[in-house]
Design a protein around this ligand. Sequence first.
Ligand SMILES: Cc1cc2nc3c(=O)[nH]c(=O)nc-3n(C[C@H](O)[C@H](O)[C@H](O)COP(=O)(O)OP(=O)(O)OC[C@H]3O[C@@H](n4cnc5c(N)ncnc54)[C@H](O)[C@@H]3O)c2cc1C
Length: 381
Amino acid sequence: MTHYPIAIIGAGLGGLMLARVLHVNSFEAAVFDLDASPTARTQGGMLDIHVESGQAALRAAGLYDEFRDLVMPGGEATRVLDKHATVRLAADEDDRDDDRPEVHRRSLRDLLLGSLPEGTVRWGAKVVGATRLADGRHEVTLADGNSFTTDLLIGADGAWSKVRPLVSAAKPLYAGLSFVELSLEDADRRHPRAAELVGGGMMFALGDSKGMLGHRNPDGSLHVYAALLTDEGWSTSGEIDFADTDKAKAALVEHFADWHEDFHGIITEADGALVPRPIHALPVGHQWDRIPGVTLLGDAAHLMSPFAGEGANLALQDGAELALAIVANPARPEDALTQYEAALFPRSTTAANQSAQGLALCFNPQSPQGLLDFFAEMSER
Ligand SMILES: Cc1cc2nc3c(=O)[nH]c(=O)nc-3n(C[C@H](O)[C@H](O)[C@H](O)COP(=O)(O)OP(=O)(O)OC[C@H]3O[C@@H](n4cnc5c(N)ncnc54)[C@H](O)[C@@H]3O)c2cc1C
């Protein structure tokens, strides 16, 4: 059976950052991902990369300057609207003294992928299970029937991690909120009013415990999530037939019936299919006892709703810090994992709390007042 000293499950931002920081320190790892290729799946939208987490990780990876070249100018602009399409806050990037440049997720992932030796990522390698062997190693089984052993197994395989059960019985729980993902291509020309609403960066349109959260991509398209507090099974309940895009648009507009008609246009003008995305989170404070030879990072460790804007940043930070701990303890991997987890648990608990609070702040009958108060408080600090 093939043996890998270090096996990383998942070629998301966290797993790739781990592999990269190991690589620049002359440690090689094998990365396994279920996707058939790096382009098999669309890679979402914009991420703001924070100084203390995502940017610090990119520095550790020796990729900071290349990352800066990918930043979208003006992407930090933020607008808060109410359901009447009244702009309640418009801040361009110069109004924000924090340094949170916006980069497209695909660009960032491509940067990390391109920084690894050819063949580091094994594509089309879906992990279906992992077990601990008597000698302390782990055996990992793939969907194609192959398996391999490893001394150090890292679950960087996202929300529905197949590695997590080795350390924890926790499962993601529905956060009470569902997104419907909408894309509008070539927005300034084809969807000018939607482009105006979103502005040059991010838009938070909130009201009646609902929302439209949008951002502009570097290619001029818009990415908007219509957000609703719903039951867990809502997206598959049949209330909206997502297989019939025209009917789905009409049904979704009904949820925003008393919102300004310009928001209806964002839905009716959307290009392509509407994609429902129920939001899940692991319990706040999720952690586990030290289990030899295995750990988790990123969403596998601390999946949270996106309302702290930390998930990708934490995944990058986890990957870099775990790599540096391994590098610092080459003969004592358990010390490396202990050191890594000692920092991981408190920081992910803080972010998960912020995330849960952010969701409550945005989705309540008084919204968008809570978010406006939050931004006002931030700018006073
Ligand atoms: C709508 C939305 C908006 C968001 N916005 C932001 C934001 O603005 N800022 C921010 O910081 N974060 C944001 N996040 C969170 C962020 O996307 C995640 O926290 C981040 O992508 C986690 O990275 P990861 O590497 O841990 O996992 P992932 O990116 O999920 O990568 C996991 C990888 O593992 C692979 N995989 C999964 N299962 C298996 C398996 N069984 N076998 C092999 N491979 C497997 C997958 O193919 C994938 O490539 C958002 C999330 C959502 C849902």
